[in-house]
Design a protein. Structure first.
Length: 250
């Protein structure tokens, strides 16, 4: 009986082929594992980035809304259906160090939150903006009888969160049973037009990977990558944050 020919190292041709096949399979498995690990790292870093954005803006909002002062011209706009683009504008007490020496004439300032598309490099990013009007602008507006000019967009307004697909600020009040119910918008001169007790803040923030794929206003408005707004919490490309924030500090 003829023995199989052995090659250098003592392996037969069959043994050598089997060894090479096993090695190829191991390389493919390792490559797949590295690919999944890279995807997991990318998703994780995107999640951390979104969380950082949300945490920063919610902290800022807590400070602003906690210092709110009710005025009949306070703005609460829901921003449509689906992906909400709410807008809110209100008066808030601010310390001296939150204002410039030139713009300060007291402690009553105005704060404005809204959603806007801004250019970042060659792409468009949907952001949550914060407008801040110092007391030197607020008192003339009060004297004139309208806060509307205080809540107009300005070039000095700053983005406080990038990649915001949806922003909601729903005003709530406690009823006679202690339950939170929607605050009713009444005419500005109605004596029963009182301040809400709380705001339910909801932010839907795109992760970094999705932001990179939404490069125009049309993308932010229509891309199927956004998914269903009613199922945003189940979308791996989105982070949803919701908090209950007191309005003012009685």
């Amino acid at each position: 009986m003829t023995r199989p020919a052995r090659h250098r190292g003592g392996f037969t041709l069959l043994e050598l082929l089997v060894t090479m096949a096993i090695g190829s399979v191991l390389l493919l498995v390792a490559a797949a594992m590295l690919g999944r690990a890279g995807d997991s790292y990318s998703q994780g870093s995107g999640s951390v980035g979104a969380e950082r954005e949300a945490r920063a803006v919610l902290t800022q909002m807590r400070d602003d809304f906690g210092k709110a002062v009710w005025h009949r011209d306070t703005v609460f706009e829901a921003g449509g259906e689906g992906w909400r683009r709410a807008r809110t504008g209100f008066l808030a007490l601010q310390p001296e160090d939150a204002q410039s020496a030139e713009g300060r004439s007291g402690d009553l300032c105005a704060v404005h939150y809204y959603v806007k598309d801004i250019e970042v490099g060659s792409s468009t990013v949907r952001c949550l903006m914060r407008g801040f009007r110092e007391s030197g602008e607020v008192f003339p507006a009060l004297k004139a009888g309208s806060l509307t000019p205080l809540f107009a967009e300005k070039d000095t307004d700053e983005p406080v969160a990038f990649g915001v697909l949806s922003f909601e600020a729903t005003p709530l009040v406690r009823d006679d049973t202690g339950q939170l119910v929607p605050w009713q918008q009444l005419p500005a001169d109605d004596p029963f037009n009182v301040a809400p007790h709380f705001l339910r803040i909801r932010l839907v923030v795109a992760r970094r990977e999705l932001i990179g794929k939404l490069s125009t206003t049309r993308d932010w408005d229509t891309s199927p990558l956004r998914g269903d707004p009613l199922k945003a919490a189940d979308n791996r490309n989105l982070e949803v944050y919701e908090v209950l924030q007191r309005f003012g500090n009685p």
